[in-house]
Design a binder for this molecule. Sequence first.
Ligand code: FNR
Length: 192
Amino acid sequence: MNDGTLHVLAMAGSLRRASFNRGLVRAARDLAMPGIDLEIFDLAPLPLFNEDVRAAGPPDSVRLLKAAVARADALLIATPEYNYSVPGVLKNAIDWASRPPNDTPLPGKPAAIVGASNGGFGTVRSQLHLRQVLQGVGVLCMSRPELMVSQADTKFDADGNLTDDAVRQSLRKVLEGLAAWTRRLARSTSPA
Ligand code: FNR
């Protein structure tokens, strides 16, 4: 943010090719207004968390994740809902990024949560669980605006690209909110 540009790191908790949530972060990248630079981080290369592997020296994919989070001014996380909660893919990434406690880029990082699912509740339950997990690792989640995309099969095409204008507008509002939230936190933590 020193150069005036807000660097947002976006990730989706799905590995599915035509994932709605991956489509959501691609749409966010396309919609990002001037002054926001949005990078998408692919969680697919991350292995399952193993404390022994971490202690021996984390794999490159984990180093890349932690470095990307450290570089970012803010996070945008799109979560599917699996059995009323956060998919293992996303929780696994958070677990990797959170360890060891004296070398994690997560505490104090501003973030926004969004999500899309086929059902009528639009990931509300997984978003609430994700908020709790992120609180545990010190991430500062924006409370509003929220974006819960229900009946996602009617709002994305067969390749997982967002086709719904109302969702696009809501997503833009989330990005605007995240920019304001990040600047507000930066002001409150910068020396007088
Ligand atoms: C689901 N799905 C689902 N949807 C929902 O609204 N609430 C739920 O609890 C669940 N549970 C669930 C469990 C498992 C194991 C799978 C595979 C799926 C449906 C889910 O929302 C749908 O598959 C989305 O398409 C997943 O997101 P992506 O992959 O499109 O981003």
